[in-house]
Design a protein around this ligand. Structure first.
Ligand SMILES: NC(=O)c1ccc[n+]([C@@H]2O[C@H](COP(=O)([O-])OP(=O)(O)OC[C@H]3O[C@@H](n4cnc5c(N)ncnc54)[C@H](O)[C@@H]3O)[C@@H](O)[C@H]2O)c1
Length: 220
């Protein structure tokens, strides 16, 4: 008798767990993927690395993607079109606000809306591992200016343009780095830029939260 109840109880629990798992796999997971369908996202730094990967992932999930990069991102556009995804590619230097504004406007004109963005464009410049040419006592102003113009001003230019184009609840993600949280010896301009990205992200998050806009930074 005890064995009978034990087995019955166990099998009911197992059946319930299996049902929950099936609902999760066939209902909840597809819903999470569907949330990008028909929406439009801008990705800066889309020509390579994480920007390219994010662009492809968004397009696979049904989003329209505005690919923006200093280097022409047409090869990523071709990859996306190959599997039937929707994207458009625009070359722009994130250092220059006018180029960013024009590029993002082109994306919104094509797809009619903007729902979010991943601002991934960034660089360590020409610095190679182990080099010390950006150590503070020998640091050239041009190297400082270049890294800050790309990694910090670039994010500012992108976020400002995006906020002007988005309406309603949206989400922005900025590329920071562990170098924006910890010391970055021999590349203080990179570290300063990434600390700045976290600073902008935290400040603007409080400015736009009431509009339903989320802004976060990732720190690889
Ligand atoms: N890869 C890592 O381990 C790592 C670690 C920490 C932070 N990050 C940050 O994540 C982001 C992406 O990194 P990644 O490894 O994919 O880099 P990546 O070099 O592969 O890609 C960066 C892209 O940004 C573009 N870009 C550079 N300067 C630009 C400019 N002025 N205007 C427009 N586009 C420009 C480049 O052409 C390139 O396509 C960067 O901001 C980087 O600093 C990367």
């Amino acid at each position: 008798m005890y064995l009978y109840w034990e087995l019955k109880y166990k099998s009911t629990t197992q059946l319930l767990l299996a049902a929950v798992l099936i609902i999760f796999i066939f209902k909840i997971v597809p819903m999470a993927y569907e949330c990008f369908k028909g929406k439009t996202y801008i990705v800066t730094g889309a020509a390579s690395g994480m920007g390219r990967a994010i662009s492809i992932k968004l397009a696979r999930q049904g989003a329209n993607v505005g690919l923006v990069d200093l280097n022409n991102p047409d090869h990523v556009l071709a990859e996306i079109e190959q599997f039937g995804g929707k994207a458009t590619s625009v070359s722009a230097n994130v250092q220059h606000a006018s180029e960013v504004d024009a590029a993002f406007k082109t994306v919104v004109e094509k797809f009619g809306r903007l729902d979010g963005a991943a601002n991934m464009a960034g660089t360590v410049g020409s610095l190679k591992l182990g080099e010390t040419k950006l150590a503070m006592e020998v640091l050239k102003d041009e190297d400082w200016d270049f890294l800050l113009a790309t990694n910090l001003n670039g994010v500012k230019n992108a976020v400002r343009a995006e906020l002007q184009l988005m309406s309603g609840s949206s989400s922005l993600v900025n590329a920071a780095s562990v170098s924006g949280q910890l010391a970055c010896p021999f590349n203080s301009p990179y570290g300063a830029g990434k600390f700045g990205v976290i600073g902008i992200t935290k400040s603007v998050a409080q400015e736009v939260a009431s509009k339903g806009i989320r802004i976060n930074a990732v720190a690889p």
